[in-house]
Design a protein. Structure first.
Length: 497
């Protein structure tokens, strides 16, 4: 059966074509003529063409060990290619009638609307113009006569241009007709592995800013920002003295003593830069338990978390001291009393404040008062939440007088020793970490009293001409809740917002 099908196939082919084989070659035609003597195969037709293998670019390049002269039609570029000397070569048109390269005199150009590749690789071009050399490290080289001052000019569509030019010997210069900008959404690095990095500006200045404005004309270097500062070299004392031949006026920051120094050539010494009285402090508080820095005066306060509340674990000591027999002014300056008019008491026990002064003359419960930003004067209810947690027997928020039997001892500092610790009595355990101290009071008559037996603390809750207070006593284990005259000076513990 197989031989019958083979015979029929050959017969059909002979009917359609007259295939002649002579020693000269083979002819494929419909008119029975012999092949041309110069052709190994002579294909002739007036109505049909010849189809050679058709494949895309990737398939063409995947042919294993193509023979010299192998011919294919690439469906990707819609062009014929032949293989020669290890390269697929495209057939090019002539006379400028297609989109391939055209030569006119000394000019060569292409009307190709696609991508153009120049190089020795067979990779498909990836950009409008791709220049590659896979056999070396030089991907692009602009070659000219080699004369000094030769430049490459890049023109842009709007008429602007940029020069890349040799500036002095072997130095590169880039020039734009409207200036030069180096812009990136990422890092820009300027490195010199063996020489200097110089900024030469004979008539204007160099500015480093977070906005595009020009530098001040009076400055050779203008560093300006609204969000960041400037760092000068930071080194130890030994590193500073190791600087070889320091220039007159050279500046450094000493990381050992935290001071600025300037080298004074006439004294042959590094001179400390003196500080003024003003200071700006940095707030480092992040989590309860960290020290709270009051950026207004730089004082540091311990903090403690009690049942989800964050309290200062020291009495506030902010403001200007006035005599205990004076009344504070209503100006912008916060004024405090120190027990016995001694700053040593304020340093150890905190300041004593009249209620209105402490509230910054705002009677809203829970207001910030004179507490640092992010903190406020605790309310009567906030004190109760802490007391009830430490001693659940304190269960009536409105009860006045001495309450409970253990909250006070858990709140009081455990140390003995007047005047800055409690008088001998019922020792505190400070189990809470609150560290309540016997700050005493400034009395309504303008004197000091009740140290080291009493610690009196303000709340921000006001009612009927009085303010609610909390009080602890050296022989009592509870906490006293009551009202207090507004012209009594008492201690303040701030609580986190």
């Amino acid at each position: 059966m197989k031989s019958i099908f083979t015979y029929l196939g050959v017969l059909a082919f002979l009917i359609l074509f007259n295939l002649s084989s002579r020693s000269q070659g083979v002819s494929v035609n419909t008119d029975g003529t012999d092949p041309d003597p110069s052709a190994m195969m002579d294909i002739k037709s007036t109505s049909k063409g010849l189809l050679i293998p058709r494949m895309n670019f990737a398939e063409m390049f995947s042919i294993s060990s193509p023979a010299e002269g192998l011919l294919v039609y690439c469906t990707t570029t819609q062009n014929f290619y032949y293989y020669s000397s290890g390269i697929w070569n495209a057939f090019s048109g002539s006379g400028g009638e297609d989109d391939d390269w055209t030569v006119e005199g000394d000019d060569m150009f292409s009307n190709n609307a696609g991508l153009i590749g120049i190089g020795t690789t067979n990779e498909y071009p990836t950009h409008k113009l791709t220049i590659e050399n896979s056999t070396g490290n030089n991907l692009l080289r602009l070659i000219g006569t080699g004369s000094y001052g030769e430049y490459a000019k890049i023109n842009f569509g709007d008429g602007d241009y940029a020069y890349i030019q040799e500036f002095y010997d072997d130095k590169l210069m880039m020039v734009g007709n409207s200036g030069l900008a180096l812009v990136s959404n990422f890092n820009i690095e300027v490195q010199s592995g063996y020489g200097f990095v110089k900024f030469y500006t004979p008539t204007n200045n160099v500015s480093i800013k977070d906005d595009p404005s020009d530098g001040d004309p009076s400055a050779i270097l203008d560093v300006n920002s609204s969000t960041k500062g400037m760092l000068i070299p930071r080194m130890t004392t030994q590193q500073i003295v190791n600087i070889s031949n320091p220039a007159n006026g050279l500046q450094v920051f000493n990381t050992i003593d935290g001071k600025l120094y300037i080298f004074v050539a006439s004294a042959s010494a590094w001179k400390e830069v003196s500080y003024g009285s003003g200071a700006i402090y940095i707030q480092t508080f992040e989590n309860c338990g960290d020290n709270l820095i009051d950026i207004r005066d730089g004082q540091s306060y311990a903090t403690v978390e009690i049942n989800g509340q964050c309290w200062m674990a020291e009495n506030l000591n902010y403001g200007t001291m006035i005599p205990t027999n004076y009344n504070p002014s209503t100006g912008s300056t916060v004024e405090k009393y120190c027990y016995n008019n001694s700053t040593s008491y304020c340093d150890a026990l905190g300041g004593l404040y009249l209620w209105n002064e402490m509230m910054n003359y705002n009677s809203t419960a829970g207001g910030q008062g004179i507490c640092p930003d992010g903190w406020h004067v605790p309310t009567d209810e906030e004190w109760y939440v802490m007391e009830n947690y430490l001693d659940p027997s304190i269960s009536n928020i409105n009860m006045t007088g001495w309450r409970g039997s253990s909250a006070g001892i858990k709140l009081k500092n455990s140390g003995y020793g007047p005047p800055f610790n409690w008088a001998p009595g019922n020792a505190g355990t400070n189990e809470s970490g609150f560290t309540a101290l016997p700050g005493g009071i400034r009395t309504t008559g303008g004197s000091s009293g009740y140290n080291p037996t009493n610690g009196v603390f303000w709340t921000s809750t006001y009612a009927s001409g009085y303010a609610m207070e909390r009080e602890m006593y050296y022989t009592n284990n509870g906490v006293f809740r009551g009202t207090q005259y507004l012209n009594v000076g008492a201690s303040l513990r701030c609580i986190k917002d």
